[in-house]
Design a protein around this ligand. Structure first.
Ligand code: DC
Length: 232
């Protein structure tokens, strides 16, 4: 076992839900966590928060050293508010800014820096608290919680993912176009899947679920079903 996983409380169960942008991970993971009464880690929010903090500090996305410092120094906390999960970056509510495509693209670029990923490892593992954790991201099952008992990989067609994102952002009043979102999603998929460190891919022991054309409640049931050993 690697030294950086030596302190993780291995007895606390983890369900990892990985997948590309817009695959429904966030919504599904939160609902599954609520259903199980487990904690929830939105690992993408950590990368987005570093992206936003870097933007506020006017850091150059091509300067890895300053981004690594930013990853160590930025205070990130989560607060439940009704159905919403607020993200505070250095004490300021950055929830809306975090969800923009600009923040997503910055997060994706920053996430390709190995030292940034290392800097965020311990923070992510700290979320493993009793009675259990649902961890949502790209490398939850492969790198952060490789010993997780339950692993799911969600996919959906790029068109459907772009449409879902479009509806989400429109509802939040964020100005976007469907064609622009599809372009950004494809570019982000390519960057996340092709980076040298922790590329987006299913863990060898993950159950893959294609959510194209399937409603949220049905996906939640299928994910819960995989924990009982059911084939989705
Ligand atoms: O899940 P998301 O769209 O909020 O993630 C934003 C970016 O952060 C995504 O493009 C890649 C990166 N990311 C990552 O590299 N590893 C994770 N575990 C989560 C997100």
């Amino acid at each position: 076992m690697s030294t950086d996983s030596a302190n993780t409380p291995a007895s606390i169960p983890v369900l990892t839900i990985d997948g590309p942008s817009g695959s429904g991970k966030g919504t599904i993971s939160r609902l599954v966590a609520r259903e199980l009464g487990w904690h929830y880690l939105d690992s993408g929010a950590l990368y987005r928060a570093i992206g936003v903090a870097a933007g506020w500090a006017d850091l150059d996305l091509a300067d890895p050293a300053s981004l690594v410092r930013c990853a160590f120094d930025t205070d990130i906390s989560f607060r439940e508010q009704g159905d919403e999960l607020l993200v505070l970056v250095n004490g300021t509510d950055a929830t809306t800014e975090l969800r923009t495509e600009t923040a997503g693209a910055a997060a994706s670029a920053i996430a390709a820096i190995p030292e940034v990923r290392s800097a965020l490892k311990a923070r992510q593992r700290d979320f493993r608290q009793a009675p259990g954790l649902v961890a949502d991201g790209r490398d939850m099952g492969t790198v952060i919680f490789p010993d997780a008992a339950h692993k799911v990989f969600l996919t959906a067609s790029a068109d459907e993912r772009a449409e879902r994102r479009y509806k989400q952002l429109k509802d939040k009043g964020v100005p976007v176009t469907l064609a622009g979102l599809l372009r950004e999603i494809l570019a982000r998929d390519a960057r996340d899947a092709n980076r040298a460190v922790a590329p987006l891919r299913p863990a060898h022991d993950a159950v893959c679920i294609d959510t194209t054309g399937i409603g949220i409640d049905e996906v939640v049931q299928r994910v819960l079903g995989t924990m009982q050993g059911q084939v989705p």
